[in-house]
Design a protein around this ligand. Structure first.
Ligand code: 0A1
Ligand code: ZN
Length: 856
C-alpha cells in the first residue's frame, strides 16, 4: 500500500545525528552495483543517548553493516522497505554499510540509473536513499570522497563531485577513479557519472585569477552541438562575477548531457547533469527558443553554486529559498543577454498561463509549502516562478544596490549552512535597516491576489487620486500583503511620462494622491509586472492605445495590447455573432506599423492562448472558447491580410540578407504565419518556408502550422521531416509533439499508432512528454473533446507511465486535475477520470497526492 502520510513544516526537528564525512566505494554493474558507504557520525549534543539512528533507504539489498569496524549484531539493527534503524549508538562512530542496487531496473530515474549506455545519478530531492542508507535530508551536510570502479573500455570516464585525486588501472580491464569534494554538501548534491562521451574542454579565469577547467560531456558525435552551451557557461560565470560579485570555487566544472532525465538539469556540486535538451543546440536542429533555454538553464544551474550549494535549504519546505532566488538570477541573466522587455514578457506569459492555474487549482500551495506527501510534487511553477516573482518584488522595493547589500549579508551570515526563507529575509532586512515582516507574508499566502484600482482626477485642484484595493484569491484569507505597484503617468497631449515610480500598497484599501497635475494623465499601473497579482483597472480603448505606444515600460506597452485582445476575445466568446470593431482593427494595424524591435512586435501580435483565456473567463466551455479564438484571429486576418503578408515577406527578406538579429525576424515572420494560414490557402508559402529554411525555427514552424491547419502539404512535409531527422532524438521529440497536435477526427487512432511507433518509448521522459504532454496541453480541441475521449486517453497513459516513472506521470496529470475555470459539466467529465485513477490499487504517492487533492 502506498503511504500517503503528509509531512508538515511545523513539525521540523533538527536531526539527532550528523554525518560528517562520507567515503563511498562504488563498483558499477548493470544489475548489481555495489555501494560501500563509510560514514563518520556524531550524535547531536542535545539528543538523547538512547535515540536510535534511523537512516532512509529504498530499493536496495543490504549486504553488510559494521560499526567502528565490527560487524553489527542483528539485534542492534532493523531494516524495512523504507529505513535502517540502529540502536545503542555511541556518541561518535564510524558506520560502514554495503548495499546492492540495480541501475538497469531503475526506470524512475532517481538514484543510480542508466541513460543509454552511461550510468548516472539523480539525488534531488530524496534520491540518495536509493544509493545508500543515509540521513537523506538537506540539513545533514558532509564531506564526500567517492571512488568509482568500472570497466575501462565501456566507461572510460568516471566522474563525481569535486577534484580528481586518484586514477589507476585494475585487473580484468577495470579502472578506478577517486574524487574528493572539499565543500560540505547535503546528499541531494551528490553525483556520479560513468560512460563514454565526446568531451568539449575550455577554461575560465576567475576575477581573482584562478583558472577553472570547463568540461562538457556529450554523446559521441555531438561536439559541435555543445559549443553554444560552453559559451553560455562562460557567460554565466562572468555575469555572476560582474553582477553579484560571486566567483566559482573549485578547479573544475563539469556538465554531462544525458537523454534520460526527469527534469531540466541538476546543479550537483562541480558535476551538473543535464537533460540533453538543455545542452545540445545548433542552428539546423534547434530553434531560437531552444537556444534561449539552453543558455538560461546553463545559467540557472551555474548560479545554484552559490544560491543552493554553498548556502542550501534546511528542509524541503524551504525549496524556494534556492529556487525562487536562482530563477530570479537566471531571469536577470537572460534579460542582460537579450532584450529585457522581451524576456520579462516571456516570464509573465509563463506565469499567467501556468502558475496562475496551479495557484487556483487543487494543488495550490504557498511558495513555501506547509504540507507535503511526495516532495517531487513540489518542484512547481509556484515554488520556482512565483518564488522568483517574490524575490523580484524585494529587488523592486530595495533597489539593485539594496538588494545586493542584502545578498552580501546573506552570504556573510550563512555560507556553508542549511537555512530557511526567514533567514534570507532577515539578512535582507538587516542589510537595509528595514522591516520585512509584512513582506514575508508572501511566503505563506496561497492563490493569486486580486488588486482593484480606480482613478479620480480633480481638474480644479489638479490632483489625481488612485484608490487601490487588495483581496486574497477567492476562497483564501490572509492579512494584507505588501504589494509594490509600479506606475507611470502619461500626459494626454505630449504623451510624455510625467511621473513614474513604485507605490507600496500595504493596506486592504489605500489612496495615493498626485498633486499639481495640470492635465488628466493616462495612468499606467503594474509596470514591469511589479507583483504577481491580477489587476482590475478599467481603462478605455483610447487610454490603452496611448499606453500601447507611449509607455516607457515595455511590459506595459505589450500588456495594453493584450488587454484589448482579451476583452475582444471575451466578446467573441459571449456572442457568436460578434465581429471585429473597426477601432480594434485599426489598433492592430498600428501595432503592425509601429517601429519596434521585431521580437517585441512578434509578442505584441501573438494572441493570448487557450490557457491564458481560461484564467480571464468563467465557466469556460472549451469548444466555445476555441471557436472564439479562431474567429477573432480570422477576423484580424480578414482586415489586415495585406499588412500581415507584407510583413511576412519583409521579415523573409531581412533574413535572407542576414540583416540584424535573425531570431527577432524569425519570431515575427512565424507570428505572421500563424495568421496567414487561417482560412485561405497558404500552402505554397508554407511549403516554401519549410524547404528553404536552413534553421529549425522556420522549418518546424512551417511543419507545425501545416499540421494544426491540416494543410494539404502536411503529409509530404511530415514524411520528409521524419526521414531527415529520425536519428536525432531531440528533433524526434519535436516530431512527436507535432503529431500530437494535429487537429482532425483521426487523432485518437493516430495517437494509438504513435504509442506503438518504433521511435516511441514511455521510458524516455522527453519522449513521453513530447507525445502525451503535447496532446493534453497543445491540442485543447481534442483533449477537451465533449465525449471525454481526450481525458480517457490521458488517463490510460498516466496509468502506464505511473508504473514506470511516477515523477513524470505526476507532471503529465496536471491538465486533468486543473478543472477549475471550466463549466461544471466539463469538470464532472474530468473528475470521473480522476475517480477511476483513485480506485486503482497501486498508484504512486506522486499521482495519489494530486488526485486526492483534486477530489476532496
Ligand atoms: N534543482 C534542479 C531541479 C531538479 C529537481 C529534481 C530533479 O529530479 C527529481 C532534477 C532536477 C533545478 O532547479 O534545476
Ligand atoms: Zn534550480
Amino acid at each position: 500500500m502506498t503511504d500517503f502520510t503528509p509531512r508538515f513544516l511545523k513539525d521540523y526537528q533538527p536531526a539527532p545525528y550528523q554525518i560528517h564525512t562520507v567515503d563511498l566505494y562504488i563498483e558499477l554493474d548493470d544489475e548489481r552495483t555495489l555501494v560501500r558507504n563509510q560514514m563518520q557520525i556524531k550524535r547531536h549534543g542535545d539528543a538523547d543517548e538512547n535515540e536510535p539512528l534511523v537512516l532512509d533507504g529504498q530499493h536496495m539489498e543490504l549486504q553488510g553493516l559494521w560499526l567502528n569496524g565490527e560487524a553489527l549484531n542483528a539485534s542492534r539493527y532493523q531494516c524495512d522497505e523504507q529505513s535502517l534503524t540502529i540502536t545503542h549508538c555511541p556518541q561518535a562512530f564510524t558506520l560502514t554499510i554495503e548495499t546492492l542496487v540495480n541501475p538497469k531496473a531503475n526506470t524512475a530515474l532517481e538514484g543510480i540509473y542508466k541513460s543509454g549506455g552511461a550510468f548516472c545519478t539523480q539525488c534531488e530531492a530524496e534520491g540518495f536513499r536509493r544509493i545508500s542508507y543515509f540521513l537523506d535530508r538537506p540539513d545533514v551536510m558532509a564531506i564526500y570522497t567517492t571512488t568509482i570502479v568500472a570497466d575501462k573500455d565501456k566507461y572510460p570516464y568516471l566522474l563525481a563531485n569535486g577534484n580528481c585525486i586518484e586514477r589507476r588501472d585494475l585487473e580484468r580491464g577495470r579502472h578506478l577513479v577517486t574524487w574528493h569534494d572539499p565543500f560540505q554538501k547535503p546528499c541531494y548534491l551528490f553525483a556520479l557519472v560513468a560512460g563514454d562521451f565526446d568531451l568539449l574542454e575550455d577554461r575560465f579565469v576567475t576575477q581573482s585569477g584562478r583558472e577553472v577547467a570547463l568540461q562538457l560531456f556529450v554523446d559521441k558525435g555531438n561536439l559541435d552541438k555543445a559549443r553554444f552551451a560552453m559559451q553560455a557557461l562562460q557567460d554565466s560565470m562572468a555575469w555572476d562575477e560582474r553582477v553579484f560579485g560571486l566567483e566559482y570555487d573549485l578547479d573544475i566544472y563539469m556538465i554531462v548531457a544525458v537523454d534520460f532525465f526527469n527534469m531540466g538539469a541538476m546543479e550537483n556540486k562541480g558535476l551538473n547533469i543535464f537533460n540533453s535538451k538543455f545542452v545540445l543546440a545548433d542552428q539546423r536542429s534547434a530553434t531560437d527558443d531552444d537556444f534561449f533555454n539552453v543558455q538560461a538553464v546553463i545559467g540557472h544551474e551555474y548560479f545554484h553554486n552559490w544560491t543552493g550549494n554553498r548556502i542550501t535549504c534546511r528542509d524541503w519546505f524551504q525549496l524556494s529559498l534556492k529556487e525562487g532566488l536562482t530563477v530570479f538570477r537566471d531571469q536577470q541573466f537572460s534579460a542582460d543577454m537579450h532584450q529585457p522587455d522581451v524576456t520579462r514578457i516571456s516570464n509573465v506569459r509563463l506565469l499567467r498561463a501556468q502558475q496562475f492555474a496551479e495557484d487556483a487549482g487543487p494543488m495550490a500551495h504557498p511558495i513555501r509549502p506547509e504540507k507535503v506527501v511526495e516532495m517531487n510534487n513540489f518542484y512547481t511553477l509556484t515554488v520556482y516562478e512565483k518564488g522568483a516573482e517574490v524575490i523580484r518584488m524585494l529587488h523592486t522595493l530595495l533597489g539593485e544596490q539594496g538588494f545586493q547589500r542584502g545578498m552580501k549579508e546573506y552570504i556573510a551570515r550563512h555560507d556553508g549552512q542549511a537555512v530557511t526563507c526567514d533567514d534570507f529575509i532577515a539578512a535582507m532586512a538587516a542589510a537595509n535597516d528595514t522591516d520585512l515582516q509584512q513582506f514575508s507574508l508572501w511566503y505563506s499566502q496561497v492563490g493569486t491576489p486580486q488588486v482593484e484600482a480606480t482613478s479620480n482626477y480633480d481638474a480644479n485642484s489638479g490632483s489625481l487620486t488612485l484608490t487601490v484595493e487588495q483581496r486574497p484569491a477567492s476562497g483564501q484569507q490572509h492579512p494584507p500583503l505588501l504589494i509594490p505597484i509600479g506606475y507611470e503617468l502619461l500626459a494626454q497631449d505630449s504623451k510624455k511620462v510625467m511621473h513614474k515610480g513604485v507605490l507600496s500598497l500595504t493596506q486592504t484599501t489605500q489612496q495615493f494622491t498626485f498633486e499639481q497635475l495640470n492635465e488628466q494623465p493616462v495612468v499606467v499601473l503594474l509596470t514591469g509586472f511589479s507583483a504577481p497579482v491580477k489587476l482590475h483597472f478599467s481603462q478605455c480603448e483610447d487610454e490603452l492605445m496611448t499606453i500601447m505606444v507611449h509607455a516607457d515600460d515595455g511590459f506595459s506597452r505589450w500588456e495594453a495590447t493584450q488587454i484589448l485582445f482579451r476583452q475582444c476575445i471575451a466578446h467573441y466568446y459571449q456572442d457568436e455573432s460578434f465581429s471585429l470593431a473597426d477601432s480594434l482593427s485599426r489598433a492592430f494595424a498600428d501595432i503592425l506599423d509601429a517601429e519596434v524591435e521585431p521580437a517585441f512586435k512578434a509578442l505584441q501580435i501573438t494572441l493570448p492562448g487557450f490557457a491564458e483565456m481560461t484564467e480571464f473567463l468563467q465557466d469556460v466551455e472549451p469548444q466555445q472558447l476555441l471557436n472564439a479564438l479562431s474567429r477573432f484571429k480570422l477576423d484580424l486576418l480578414g482586415k489586415q491580410q495585406a499588412k500581415l503578408q507584407a510583413m511576412y515577406q519583409a521579415c523573409d527578406q531581412k533574413l535572407q540578407s542576414g540583416e540584424g538579429h535573425g531570431a527577432g525576424y524569425r519570431a515575427l515572420k512565424n507570428a505572421c504565419l500563424e495568421y496567414l494560414v487561417q482560412g485561405q490557402s497558404f500552402d505554397t508559402e508554407v511549403t516554401a518556408q519549410y524547404q528553404k529554411a536552413s534553421n529549425m525555427t522556420e522549418k518546424i514552424a512551417a511543419l507545425q502550422v501545416a499540421a494544426s491547419e491540416n494543410l494539404p502539404c502536411f503529409e509530404a512535409l511530415n514524411r520528409d521531416f521524419f526521414a531527415q531527422w529520425q536519428d536525432d532524438s531531440l528533433v524526434m521529440d519535436k516530431w512527436f509533439s507535432i503529431q500530437a497536435r494535429i487537429e482532425d477526427d483521426a487523432v485518437f487512432e493516430r495517437l494509438e499508432g504513435l504509442l506503438n511507433h518504433p521511435k516511441f518509448s514511455m521510458r524516455n521522459p522527453n519522449r513521453a512528454r513530447a507525445l502525451i504532454g503535447s496532446f493534453a496541453v497543445h491540442n485543447p480541441k481534442y483533449f477537451h473533446h465533449a465525449s471525454g475521449r481526450g481525458y480517457d486517453w490521458l488517463t490510460d497513459q498516466i496509468v502506464k507511465l505511473d508504473a514506470i516513472n511516477p515523477q513524470v506521470a505526476s507532471r503529465l496529470i496536471t491538465p486533468l486535475i486543473q478543472t477549475q475555470g471550466f463549466a461544471s459539466s466539463v469538470q464532472e467529465t474530468m473528475r470521473k477520470r480522476l475517480q477511476r485513477l483513485q480506485q486503482l490499487d497501486d498508484i504512486s504517492a506522486d499521482i495519489g497526492e494530486k488526485i486526492n487533492a483534486a477530489l476532496v
